[in-house]
Structures are given as C-alpha cells and as structure tokens.
Design a protein around this ligand. Structure first.
Ligand code: ADP
Length: 191
C-alpha cells in the first residue's frame, strides 16, 4: 500500500493536487471536508450537526470524522492506498489514523505539506467562494477562524510527522502543474 497525507492550511490546493495524484498512483481519495458536505447534502443527522461547526469555521469533533474515515477505509479495503486530504487535523485524529492503518498492516508513507502564504490563501478562498457555493468560503470572518483552528490544532501535526521522519514541505505557490511535479518527485522517492 501507499498512503499519503496532503497537509496544509485551508486553500493550499490539497483537493486540486489530490485529483491528479489519485490517477497517477491509482489511489483512493479521502477528503473529510467532501465526506461531511455529502452527509449534509443527504440531510443525515451527522451532516446537519457537522454543518453547525463548519459554518463557524470550527473543527468537527474528532470522533465524528474518525468514524467517517474508518467506514470509508473499510468500504475501500482493497484499494492500493489512500490520499488523506484535510485529515488528520488534530493530534488525536493522527493517532487514530495510525491505529486504523495498522489494522491494514500499513502506515503513512509520506506527509506532503503544501506551503502557501496567508494573503494568497485568503485570496484563493474568497475566489473559490464566488463559484463553489460553499458558505464557509464567502465570509472573511469564517476564513480567519479556520486559519486560527489550523494554527492551534492542526499545525502541531507538522512536528508529529517530522519526528516520524515522514514530513516533507513543498512550495504550494505558482503553477498547478509545477506543484504537481514537485509532489510526484517526493512521492517517487518513497516508492
Ligand atoms: P478547507 O481545507 O478548504 O478548509 P475542507 O473541505 O477540508 O476545506 O473542510 C471544510 C470544513 O469541514 C472545515 O473547516 C471543518 O469545519 C470541517 N472538517 C473537515 N475535515 C475535518 C477534520 N478532519 N476534522 C475536523 N473538522 C473537519
């Protein structure tokens, strides 16, 4: 199996880059943001509850997202590997993911951190908000709150994975294709 995490702040380009990587390496894409939005669209209790957090730019409770990821992985257990996008976002989520993968006899092979400066991120998110219909991309206040959550709860994971020797930072500014090449270069080193 090949399991990788695309790491980085909201708007860093994790979804965009994942789309190309899943084809190149025949992996399954797990985006907890997409899964939560699908739950909301389907009108499930989980989706409605989660949306209260999402609308404020807060993180959804760990047990909710971990349960979703667990189900998804079980449903796709024959996959050659996974790209985790927007997950894990907290230390308990990272620990839960390590445990889940060990059930598959697997581990995280590489964590690719997309590095983008904050001014560029706000610009990208507000632009995405014009077309995506995502309410959490349309309010600068919600966007700022997401960054705050990222700084306090998610950024410590950089250290978590650096200690495991799996974190690699990649410049996330510039042409999409160029960033894709940089990511593949790093993935190919661990294949
Ligand atoms: P972005 O990376 O642009 O912030 P996502 O689609 O990954 O967008 O996430 C949207 C929202 O969904 C987050 O702001 C958060 O409220 C919730 N969310 C997504 N993934 C997680 C997670 N792993 N843990 C907690 N909340 C999450």
């Amino acid at each position: 199996m090949l399991n990788l995490i695309l790491f980085g702040p909201p708007g860093a380009g994790k979804g965009t880059q994942s789309e190309q990587l899943i084809y190149a390496y025949n992996l399954k894409h797990i985006s907890t943001g997409d899964l939560l939005r699908a739950e909301r669209k389907a009108g499930t209790e989980l989706g409605i509850k989660a949306n209260e957090y999402i609308a404020k730019g807060e993180l959804v409770p760990d047990e909710v997202v971990v349960g979703m990821v667990r189900n998804f992985m079980k449903e796709h257990s024959s996959s050659k590997g996974f790209i985790f996008d927007g997950f894990p976002r907290t230390t308990p989520q990272a620990e839960a993911l390590d445990n889940l993968l060990s059930e598959f006899g697997a581990k995280i092979d590489i964590v690719l951190g997309l590095e983008v400066i904050e001014d560029e991120l706000v610009k990208r998110l507000l632009l995405r908000g014009e077309t995506s219909g995502r309410a959490d991309d349309q309010s600068e206040e919600t966007i700022r709150n997401r960054f705050k959550e990222y700084q306090t709860k998610t950024l410590p994971l950089m250290d978590y994975y650096t200690k495991k020797n799996s974190y690699v930072g990649v410049n996330g500014m510039g042409e999409i294709d160029h960033i894709q090449s940089s990511l593949r270069e790093e993935i190919n080193k661990v294949l």
